[in-house]
Design a protein around this ligand. Sequence first.
Ligand code: PSU
Ligand code: MN
Length: 304
Amino acid sequence: MQSFLLFSPEVMAARNAGLPVVALESTIISHGMPYPQNVQTAREVEQIIRDAGAVPATIAIIDGKICVGLNDEQLERLGTAQDAIKVSRRDLAYVLSQNLLGATTVAATMICAELAGIEVFVTGGIGGVHRGAETSFDISADLQELAGTNVAVVCAGVKSILDIGLTLEYLETQGVPVVSVGQPGFPAFFTRESGFKADFQLDAPEDQAAFIRTKWQLGLDGGVVVSNPVPAESAMPKEEIDRITEQALKEAAAQGVTGKAVTPFLLARIKELTEGRSLVTNIALVKHNALVGARLAVALNGNA
Ligand code: PSU
Ligand code: MN
């Protein structure tokens, strides 16, 4: 498996020097945000991580390799390509073996991060149990990945396009701890509160690191969700986002959108219906997660 990995010079140097590394996904670039904000945000997020004392490693599948750390040209290619494939666990071997361009989801990025020996991964929001999953069976592969892959995932919770309560039930069944940062509540991506509580509130990076290290030392394999609410000044008004989410969900159903197309469709439609304000919120929360993730990576590195 290691032969599929291709490290950028920056990430390779960090590994050799034993510096903390933070993984970043690429579906958020190719399918989660429009150009050029996607590429610009990716670069800014990387810089936030560097400024906090860690090294960013954006992960994507390019020319038959799992690229860990991307250069400017590769980021630009992912941000503009019309043929980038959204790669989750089931797609990984296909895209690698056929030399296709692949953007990794939370699930696939976790797999690649673990292979690369990276313990912390920063994203916007994880996938979850979709509303109506009792008939559609639409449950993101991200949740099953969290059950078995040893990576801490820093996110702003799950979007209210999902069934947040059922997502938390699924994680509980799979033994995935949900930590919150700065508040007891589990956040809802565009807003700070979902109405559900996280399992454990751990504000200090050292405490988060001690918890995660203990879990893995016990042999309790699997990820940890580190949920970090969007900064208050960047949150969307709850009534507005709820109303628009309902509308986008209805449109998705009416247009017969299914499978892996659902999440990108909803994100793009919510952005249109909020006249771009959801994108501003999305960018702000990813940047905040980058800071929290970098601090966690630094703390975990000191707790090896
Ligand atoms: N949440 C976002 N933006 C995104 C995604 C999630 O705010 O772009 C992406 C992530 O890559 C996540 C994926 O892993 O969507 C989940 O897709 P699905 O629901 O099809 O599993
Ligand atoms: Mn799905």
